[in-house]
Design a protein around this ligand. Structure first.
Ligand code: FMN
Length: 356
């Protein structure tokens, strides 16, 4: 029987050699100026066997940065630095897109550049604490509620970052619309208390993510744009009384864009089948995520639940994960303690399998 993980697939205009996607992972190794460096070139280059790499969350503006040592795509030095990463991945036959992550109210001024703001749909502080290199664990900032003009400016920041991504050699971008960051803050009932066109009904709460998707597709072409969702995810203090209705509204609003992929994470709500919901509201390519191993990934593809599978944690300790899956080689564990620490340890020093 052929291995469905190794059938080539086109995600919009992006031709992928296989259906194994490296899921986005924040690894907090950016250097001064929020730039990637030679370590990132090595890290992503080592993993270029994936049909598609989705980078760690990348901030589209200084305001969109929430966490320490995360990289950006909003100035010339960052674009130049990312060029080395995309060149290495392309040189190894891989494809790579940038995940655009605006963390909205999940952020601390300790992690931000001078003058950067913490913005959100409403002035409601996220009840979570956040690591800062200069002051340890901190409460999230009290965010400023975005004005109508401010929302337009944030959408422009996403567009500029998507253009920068293309200039840096990325094959496209993925809008991060889960994990309680800005697009999901708009989608949520507790973070979005607006009474204007951007809040209230599910359709109004979905409007921000939909408008960003429209703008990204208009800027770089829908064949190079995807979106990542996880209906019902409470991470970073967001709640939604009715995720199926909210996400049906979002997916319905963006369906006409004919964007390149929908990346859907299993819902933590046992009664909600997020993969089925995604299929029901999107006719394009589905990337499924969360907790897959090679066997369950093959089974999901054979059952037609999705078109590709993304793996995050398995890629940490297995730079050659694709080869290991193809040849049935044992998979290595990874060290949790070095997930977010600076430097090469636990980042680029996991060995390839020595099997011949
Ligand atoms: C260290 C780490 C960092 C992560 N950072 C991101 C991120 O920046 N963006 C995102 O959408 N998901 C992020 N995730 C979630 C993963 O992409 C993925 O959804 C999750 O790990 C489940 O997939 P898995 O079972 O294959 O690991 C992160 C996960 C881990 C372990």
């Amino acid at each position: 029987m052929t291995d469905p993980l190794f059938e080539p697939i086109a995600l919009g205009e992006i031709a992928c050699a296989n259906r194994i996607v490296m899921a986005p992972m924040t690894r907090s190794r950016a250097t001064a100026g929020d730039c990637p460096d030679e370590l990132h070139v090595q890290y992503y280059g080592q993993r270029a066997g994936a049909g598609l790499i989705i980078t760690e969350g990348v901030q589209p503006s200084i305001h969109g940065k929430g966490y320490a040592r995360t990289p950006g795509l909003h100035d010339a030095a960052q674009v130049e630095a990312w060029r080395a990463v995309t060149a290495r991945v392309h040189g190894a036959g891989g494809r790579i897109v940038a995940q655009l992550m605006h963390t909205g109210r999940v952020g601390s001024h300790h992690n931000k550049a001078p003058g950067a703001r913490t913005v959100a749909p409403s002035a409601v502080r996220a009840q979570v604490r956040i690591w800062t290199d200069t002051a340890g664990l901190q409460d999230c900032d009290e965010p400023e509620a975005l004005t109508e003009a401010g929302i337009g400016a944030v959408i422009d920041e996403y567009v500029a970052a998507a253009r920068n991504a293309r200039a840096a050699g990325f094959d496209g971008v993925e809008l991060h619309a889960t994990s309680g960051y800005l697009p999901m803050q708009f989608l949520s009932a507790n973070a979005n208390l607006r009474t204007d066109a951007w809040g209230g009904s599910p359709a109004a709460r979905a409007r921000f993510a939909a408008r960003v998707m429209e703008a990204l597709c208009a800027a770089i072409g829908p064949g190079r744009v995807g979106i990542r969702i996880c209906p019902g995810n409470p991470f970073n203090d967001v709640t939604d009384p009715d995720p199926p209705t909210t996400y049906a509204a979002l997916l319905g609003a963006i369906q006409p864009l004919d964007y390149a992929w929908l990346h859907v994470i299993r819902s933590p709500l046992p009664e909600l089948d997020a993969f089925a919901l995604a299929r029901a509201h999107y006719a394009g390519r589905l990337i499924l995520n969360d907790g897959f191993n090679p066997e369950s990934a093959r089974a999901a593809l054979r059952a037609g639940r999705g078109d590709a599978i993304s793996f995050a944690r398995l890629f940490v300790g297995n730079p050659d994960l694709v080869r290991r899956i193809r040849e049935g080689l044992p998979l290595a564990e990874f060290d949790r303690n070095t997930l977010y620490t600076p430097g090469a340890a636990g980042y680029t020093d996991y060995p390839e399998s020595d099997a011949r």
